[in-house]
Unconditional design. Structure first.
Length: 187
């Protein structure tokens, strides 16, 4: 089977298992894993939309990291929540805001990919899907939060997780200058 066709088949089989009462580790990427989140303003837009979604849907944010090409989140839904729809809304709203800012700067065609979708030319910022994993134990939740925190170190962006302000590490370490307050978990 051709690789592109195989990818489409695999993508169609992705399922989200919602409403299990567990924390969720969610990962999604910028379009074609491009480094579209290098700009602090774009990161702030994303985190602002994440914070607004938390208020709207009532989920807890246990951990996060915003990397140059992707995002990892550890969320705890409160009650029935379709995580795919929530993530879709966060991505949609953040992409529109980021796209509007880029357009004002005259950079949209160089930063965002132009594709044809539903017969129309569109600029895209995020990949269409997300990966999510149900954390069935507190140990798994801790592991995923720690994974978020060490990710910038492993990527060579910083030598110490405290130096990457775009994660929940600084909140857990007790720093007062956190970009996004989280709901936390005793580590």
């Amino acid at each position: 089977m051709e690789e592109a066709a195989l990818c489409r088949v695999v993508i169609m089989r992705l399922h989200h298992y919602d409403n299990l009462g567990t924390a969720r580790f969610v990962t999604f990427s910028c379009y074609r894993r491009q480094f579209l989140l290098m700009d602090d303003r774009r990161r702030m837009v994303f985190l602002d939309e994440l914070g607004q979604a938390r208020l709207k849907y009532g989920f807890a944010i246990l951990g996060y990291v915003v990397m140059p090409s992707h995002v990892h989140l550890v969320l705890l839904p409160q009650g029935p929540t379709e995580i795919g729809k929530v993530v879709g809304e966060i991505k949609s709203k953040s992409a529109r805001r980021i796209g509007a800012n880029i357009s004002l700067e005259g950079q949209q065609d160089r930063v965002m990919a132009k594709i044809k979708r539903d017969g129309e030319d569109r600029f895209v910022f995020w990949q269409r899907r997300c990966y999510d994993h149900n954390c069935r134990s507190i140990e798994t939740v801790r592991e995923k939060i720690n994974y978020c925190h060490i990710n910038p170190v492993r990527a060579g962006l910083v030598g110490d997780p405290a130096d990457w302000v775009w994660s929940s590490y600084r909140w857990y370490a007790g720093y007062g200058d956190c970009v996004l307050e989280i709901d936390g978990l005793e580590l």
